[in-house]
Design a protein around this ligand. Structure first.
Ligand SMILES: *Cc1c(COP(=O)(O)O)cnc(C)c1O
Length: 217
């Protein structure tokens, strides 16, 4: 446990305080999360609805939970009463579903639109043409119960730094282009392997798992 706190402490001294660290706690037990929370970590991320619901129920209500994994429309409802930010919104059908379900509980939900910046077929997200079209239009302003506060992207899993850099840079470019129009605040880019490149390219929110908690089985 001490090791994990030290790791997070180290990261925080190396990363500007204007960058939010979301501790990605998927597969990790409650006691580890609670301990980090008790040492000041407020933001935690999960990628599966079932696991998120179980953990949210058992842990302090002050924790700010981030949904970072692919979200199916039929799983939206149960997370809306408490979710702090959904990073992985990858279709307008999902946006509309969140808006519709959020209206029922009268809670405005903060989301990020996920952009497919990698050519890897496994990555979800809007492609560049789609996202430009949406951000140029006024469809997002018409949503009463969804606030799009920024963008999210995942780089190719690669040792080639210039590939990762190009991908993060392309998302940073779109983010800045539409920042004022949409009052964006969050650019979520960077995981354990590539967070330094992400910060250099404008990220202000990192999703860090293994570098904090150690590798997952
Ligand atoms: C698991 C996960 C992370 C964290 O990955 P690490 O390499 O362990 O830091 C970040 N973002 C998403 C979407 C993830 O699913």
């Amino acid at each position: 446990m001490k090791l994990i706190q030290n790791k997070l402490g180290q990261l925080k001294t190396n990363i500007s305080s204007s960058v939010t660290i979301v501790a990605v706690s998927k597969t990790k037990p409650l006691d580890l999360i609670l301990d980090l929370y008790n040492h000041g970590q407020l933001h935690f991320g999960e990628n599966k609805v079932q696991e998120l619901l179980l953990k949210e129920e058992k842990l302090p209500k002050e924790i700010k939970w981030h949904m970072i994994g692919h979200l199916q429309r039929n799983k939206v409802r149960p997370i809306l009463p408490f979710i702090h930010l959904i990073h992985s919104v990858d279709s307008m059908r999902l946006v509309n579903k969140i808006n519709q379900e959020a209206k029922i509980i009268n809670r405005k939900i903060n989301i990020l639109l996920q952009v497919k910046i990698s050519k890897e077929t496994s990555k979800y997200g809007f492609d560049f043409n789609e996202i430009e079209e949406i951000l140029n239009s006024n469809v997002l302003e018409e949503l009463d119960f969804v606030k799009v506060v920024g963008l999210m992207g995942m780089a190719t899993f690669s040792n080639n730094i210039s590939v990762i850099e190009t991908e993060f840079n392309s998302l940073n470019h779109i983010y800045n282009k539409f920042k004022t129009k949409h009052a964006f605040k969050v650019l979520s880019m960077g995981m354990s392997a590539d967070y330094e490149i992400a910060v250099k390219n404008g990220s202000n929110m990192l999703r860090l798992g293994s570098i904090i908690f150690g590798s997952r089985n």
